[in-house]
Design a protein around this ligand. Structure first.
Ligand SMILES: NC(=O)C1=CN([C@@H]2O[C@H](COP(=O)(O)OP(=O)(O)OC[C@H]3O[C@@H](n4cnc5c(N)ncnc54)[C@H](O)[C@@H]3O)[C@@H](O)[C@H]2O)C=CC1
Ligand SMILES: O=C(O)/C=C/C=C(\O)C(=O)O
Length: 495
């Protein structure tokens, strides 16, 4: 029933949204696939450099004529209207997100609420973008203001797409910039629905635009556009590297939210029941396709056997199946190519020497689509590929450590540095380890609970810059310093 309702919401073709309209273009199209069957759901316009430039002209004009100089409170009113529109359309958005990504419906509902909250949060911040004052009596009063920069290119991935898109669009618009969103090609449906909501909110034409298409054409077109000064990117580290190379010619400003291989460190004195719940939640929700997933479990050797046994029991009970069923906990992965990639890691068991303790196969009875059992890999050592590379699927690797020093050493032995989760009742140790671990974010005795005011992002190969609260505005605005002479004090004479 819900699946039928979702199918009824799919447009016959997903089109670009430019200058407040869904536009017809003569370009080619590509298929958007249903992850439960890999049958096409619809066709999507494949934007190119020309489409990007058309969107740029719209966004640039709107920036210049309407948005940059609109009082922030008025901008905020539009953002609140968009949040209202998202909430009013919550079930449709959740259905489309589940249809497109395979994320279970109970989880996509939460993601839609977070998308609305992203708009509310930045709407409330918009009037509070302040400057700095530097009095220099008696001759000068200097001050610095933050101004919008221009047209921002927002390039987003396919995992939890609506939430991640709105996490960029909301601060971008709140800051006074205009936007061109390039959604991921594997999950374009909620971006399309969001454009309809934004159209109904009467946002001035051109302030928000969507160019669909492949990374190498539409995405690359945005990155190489000479007049788009900002690129906010979330996606794979290797893509981020390419984007930085391609954007270097025009000295773009980048925000980079990249991959992760985050450790969950469980010490023997931890509240093991809660640590178990949090490990399962952090790894297996969003189908394991979560940038901050705690995908490397580091357990102290004294409790490793018992903890791993309990973990394995719970992982066997994870309900894999139709993402529209309310009881489903793990749906199909996004795309057959991604399924192959994740399976490729599991198939390294013999050559690398680890054990597939739970899962690792297509579940019985789910022959179509990209289903995979929740998987636990044991006997993993720190240098194995499954311990160092991002798998980005429902695959948890378990490693053992002897003491605190070894835990930190293993935690830091990867290129990534997005998140870390530490479980211990010894707060002195928790504090020490949180300071030594190389990651942008740490959660102590907690799962990934979000506070939108805090800096979100990664160190090392997990990113450059931070999103969230004031940190988003650091990216979407430019400081300008103004020096004001207060009198006619002497100027050193030259010539
Ligand atoms: N640090 C963070 O906050 C987050 C990071 N991610 C990361 O995203 C990845 C999964 O997402 P994917 O969609 O597979 O990433 P991806 O890097 O393949 O694609 C992301 C976006 O970049 C576009 N793109 C690809 N090549 C491009 C190019 N040459 N120029 C411009 N745009 C290009 C794609 O079309 C897509 O819209 C994982 O590595 C995950 O860890 C995902 C969510 C949050
Ligand atoms: O909460 C955020 O702002 C971002 C979260 C990102 C993920 O959970 C993800 O990409 O999986």
């Amino acid at each position: 029933m819900t699946r039928q309702s979702a199918l009824a919401l799919v447009p016959p073709q997903v089109r670009h949204f430019i200058q407040g309209e869904f536009v017809e273009t003569a370009e080619s199209v590509f298929d958007d696939l249903d992850p439960t069957s890999n049958e096409p759901l619809t066709h999507v316009a494949a934007g190119d450099r020309e489409t990007v430039d058309r969107a740029f002209q719209a966004a640039h004009t709107a920036f210049d004529r309407v948005w940059r100089d609109m009082p922030p409170k008025e901008r905020a009113r539009y953002l609140h209207r968009i949040a209202d529109g998202i909430l009013a359309d919550k079930e449709a958005l959740a259905l489309l997100e589940t249809l497109d990504t395979g994320i279970p419906i109970r989880q996509t509902r939460g993601q839609v609420e977070r998308a609305a909250e992203n708009f509310r949060f930045f709407a409330e911040m918009a009037p509070h973008i302040t400057g700095e004052s530097y009095p220099m009596p008696p001759h000068f009063h200097n001050y610095a203001i933050r101004q919008p920069v221009g047209v921002a290119g927002l390039i987003t991935p396919w995992n939890t797409p609506l939430m991640l898109e709105t996490w960029k669009i909301a601060p971008c618009l709140a800051a006074g910039d205009t936007a061109i969103l390039k959604p991921a090609e594997w999950s374009p449906l909620t971006a399309d629905r969001l454009a309809r909501i934004i159209q109904s909110a009467d946002l001035p034409a051109g302030v928000f635009n969507v160019v669909h298409g492949l990374g190498e054409s539409a995405g690359a077109g945005l990155v190489s556009h000479p007049q788009v000064p900002l690129i906010s990117f979330t996606g794979e580290t290797t893509t981020g590297q390419e984007i930085m190379r391609n954007g270097a010619t025009h000295l773009k400003r980048f925000s980079m939210e990249l991959g992760g291989k985050s450790p969950v460190i469980v010490f023997e004195d931890a509240d093991l029941e809660r640590a178990l719940d949090a490990t399962l939640f952090g790894m297996f929700t969003l189908n394991g396709e979560r940038c901050t997933a705690g995908s490397r479990l580091l357990v102290q050797e004294t409790i490793a056997e018992e903890f791993t046994r309990r973990l394995a029991d719970r992982i066997r009970r994870i309900r894999v199946g139709d993402p529209f069923e309310e009881t489903t906990e793990l749906g199909p992965l996004i795309h057959p190519a991604h399924w192959e990639r994740v399976m490729g890691y599991i198939q390294l068991a013999d050559s690398e020497g680890f054990e597939v303790a739970v899962g690792g196969r297509r579940p019985a009875g789910l022959d179509q689509g990209n289903y995979l059992e929740a998987t636990l890999l044991t006997g993993v050592t720190p240098s194995m590929r499954v311990a160092t590379e991002e798998i980005f699927g429902p695959v948890l690797t378990v490693l053992r450590f002897h003491d605190e020093a070894e835990a930190v050493q293993i935690a830091n032995a990867v290129r990534y540095g997005l998140a870390a989760y530490i479980w211990t009742r010894d707060m002195a140790r928790a504090t020490r380890v949180s300071q030594q671990v190389e990651s942008g974010m740490v959660w102590l005795n907690s799962q990934n609970v979000r506070d939108l005011r805090t800096p979100f992002g990664g160190s090392k190969w997990s990113g450059i810059g931070r999103e969230g609260g004031e940190f988003s505005f650091e990216f979407y605005t430019e400081w300008k310093t103004v020096h004001v002479a207060l009198g006619t004090h002497g100027i050193p004479r030259v010539g």
